[in-house]
Design a protein around this ligand. Sequence first.
Ligand SMILES: [Zn+2]
Length: 85
Amino acid sequence: MSEFLIGDIVQMRKKHPCGGDTWEVQRIGMDFRIKCQTCQHSLLLPRRKFEKSVRQIISRGDPELTAKQRPFFDYHNSTKKQENS
Ligand SMILES: [Zn+2]
């Protein structure tokens, strides 16, 4: 497990105060936005902290959606040619 996807449902090591421990990944990048599946509370976590906090991935998200929301790699590659011309 190296890469997370948007829409992943993950189980965290620590329980949320509401008692839930599963979260949906809504945004990835430098910071991850995750939403508690129990109380719908969402929060932003630095990537490193998120990765440390995940116990396991319960279900996989959407690779296509993830690619769209990751301008970092895809956007860079697709604009390279335009910049040169
Ligand atoms: Zn919660």
